[in-house]
Design a protein around this ligand. Structure first.
Ligand SMILES: NC(=O)c1ccc[n+]([C@@H]2O[C@H](COP(=O)([O-])OP(=O)(O)OC[C@H]3O[C@@H](n4cnc5c(N)ncnc54)[C@H](OP(=O)(O)O)[C@@H]3O)[C@@H](O)[C@H]2O)c1
Length: 276
């Protein structure tokens, strides 16, 4: 395992970047696969997928845009089979908690014959700082079609710790870790905490899903992305995830990171300030 080459699908993303940092810190040889790498890897074009596994021993897979979208299950099935054919030792798949389609993708990996670890994650803390919620927070008002539902937000750093361990340490093969953070929170509570830490007045406003979708359409957001957000806000955030798990502890023998620690560290970077 010490000379392994590890491929990271989505290596510039929220989790992939963190997995890469951990593996590099351990002196591991890593490669990246996405639309901006050479060779190009694109989830919408299977012609380049087999080449991604040339000389690769293990891989971290974060699918785009989400395992819930049509075609994702077949994509994971195909990629997993290619990995087996190419002699890849182990695959770590990032999955989404509360998504039936993601469960089907997990099964496609499990039945492929590949060695695997699955990380089934709740919503990331980093959606507030590295994703579509950031603009609203910087502008002082986050508008979302979600009310008082509780979500056990989890730190992408915890996910990366688990993924890195599963790729280079024994004991994680055949495991599915369902991971959450340590606290159930509403989106309004999360925004209030960010407001307190930054000293800014950041409002949180709930709108009906159709109004939200209409705003996205006006902003010329692609239809597939609007479909996905509609699905996430109406299906995944319908209360089904209002419970905590001990997945981080199972994998790492330590508790998950606290939202308040993430908020303090992220506020200190200045990312949530009004951008000039
Ligand atoms: N955010 C959450 O709260 C959450 C929770 C649970 C599970 N998940 C799952 O996490 C996964 C996303 O992981 P992430 O948040 O770490 O990634 P991310 O931040 O969304 O980053 C996207 C990465 O994917 C690459 N990419 C984008 N489109 C691509 C395409 N068509 N083909 C190949 N690569 C592509 C990008 O690189 P290029 O631009 O170079 O292509 C980039 O490296 C999704 O499957 C999502 O369902 C997310």
């Amino acid at each position: 395992m010490s000379n392994d080459t590890i491929m990271i699908f989505g290596g510039s993303g929220k989790t992939g970047r963190r997995v890469a940092e951990r593996l590099m810190a351990k002196g591991k040889h890593i490669r990246f696969a996405s639309r901006s790498t050479t060779p190009v890897f694109d989830w919408t074009d299977p012609s380049g997928w087999a080449a991604a596994f040339d000389g690769v021993d293990a891989a971290y897979i974060s699918y785009q845009p989400d395992l819930a979208v049509p075609g994702a299950v077949e994509a994971i099935r195909t990629l997993s089979k290619l990995a087996v054919e190419k002699g890849v030792r182990h695959l770590v798949l990032l999955s989404g908690r509360g998504e039936d389609e993601a469960l089907a993708a997990e099964d496609a990996l499990r039945t492929s014959g590949a060695g695997y670890t699955i990380i089934r994650a709740s919503w990331f803390f980093q959606n507030f700082s590295e994703s579509f919620m950031l603009d609203g927070i910087q502008a002082g008002e986050l508008v979302l079609p979600v009310g008082d539902v509780l979500e056990p937000f989890v730190d992408a750093d915890d996910i990366a710790d688990i993924a890195a361990a599963a790729l280079i340490e024994p004991g994680h093969g055949g495991k599915t870790y369902e991971v959450t953070g340590p606290r159930l929170m509403t989106f309004a509570e999360a925004i209030a905490e960010i407001g307190r830490e930054t000293g800014r007045d950041i409002r949180y406003k709930t709108v009906p899903i159709d109004d939200y979708a209409a705003t996205l359409e006006e902003a010329k957001i692609p239809g597939e992305y609007i479909w996905l957000l509609r699905y996430l806000f109406t299906t995944v955030l319908d209360g089904r995830n209002e419970s905590l798990t001990d997945g981080v502890f199972q994998a790492l023998r330590r508790p998950p990171r606290e939202f308040s620690d993430y908020v303090r560290e992220t506020a200190a970077t200045g990312i949530w300030e009004v951008q000039k």
